[in-house]
Design a protein around this ligand. Sequence first.
Ligand SMILES: [Zn+2]
Length: 310
Amino acid sequence: MRRFWKETDYLDGEVSAGAVVLPAGECAWAARKGCYMCGYSEMERRSSPSSIIHTLSQALRELGEVEYLKIFNSGSFFDESQIPARTRLRIYRMLSSKGFRRVQVESRPEFITPEVLEEAVSELDAELEVGIGLESASDYVREVFVNKGFSLEDFREAVERCRAAGVLVKAYLLIKPPFMSEGEAVLDAVESGRVAARLGVHRLSYNPVCVHRGTPLEGMFFRGEYSPPWLWSVVEVLLRVKKRVRIPVVCHPSGAGTRRGASNCRRCSGGVARGIRRFSATQEVEHLRRLECGCRERWKVELGVEVGAR
Ligand SMILES: [Zn+2]
């Protein structure tokens, strides 16, 4: 798998961003119960502090100058069973004086304590942003359809702790968890963005569900019980949410245009995915509004609800 890459993203305008995936062992939740769509436990069984440090230093060397560094570790950056406290401190020191404007890490709410936030803020010379996988603002969807294992209230309290420490929050939201129709998925994703924005997050990042190997979702996919969302649904969600919130709304669709990822027809998938990335980097809705293809009519029929965000 790719350990690091460059992309463009949005802060107060388009910026260069780097993403790095640290080999930090298994997500504590994946080890116990696990989210239905999550492939993390397959990916990251073995890890050591030295491999984490090695991956990060290689990424820092090869990414060159980026303004926004996004660190993923397939779970929770603040979980000491994934990244020991000493390694975490070493990471902060490695990131110092590198000229980053913003550093993003990811974590489940239960690991986001005032203590780890305070340490991060005092060690880093960049803004800190914590990404939390809320997935859906509906407790029912998150519990029953995703098996996420935390409530909206847990999320809200973690957002409060971040805000109190001067830390930015990014909410990760799913587009089309299992057991939902295309139309229900669009409505749920839009509503979730609205709720997360109201709770005080600083940015929304949408993840159209992608079918990963070895997941319960893959079983449903093979049995014909699940299909990934249309890219038109992603476009629709982004347009509707952008109208309703004042914070950046981004989406970097993984596996777009493949059988296992969000797709349209073969002719337009590439262009629509590019439009979504351009919108994410600029926040200009024109990149979405101008997308057209004959397959949009088929999508409308499948959606079965009124579409009118344009
Ligand atoms: Zn098409």
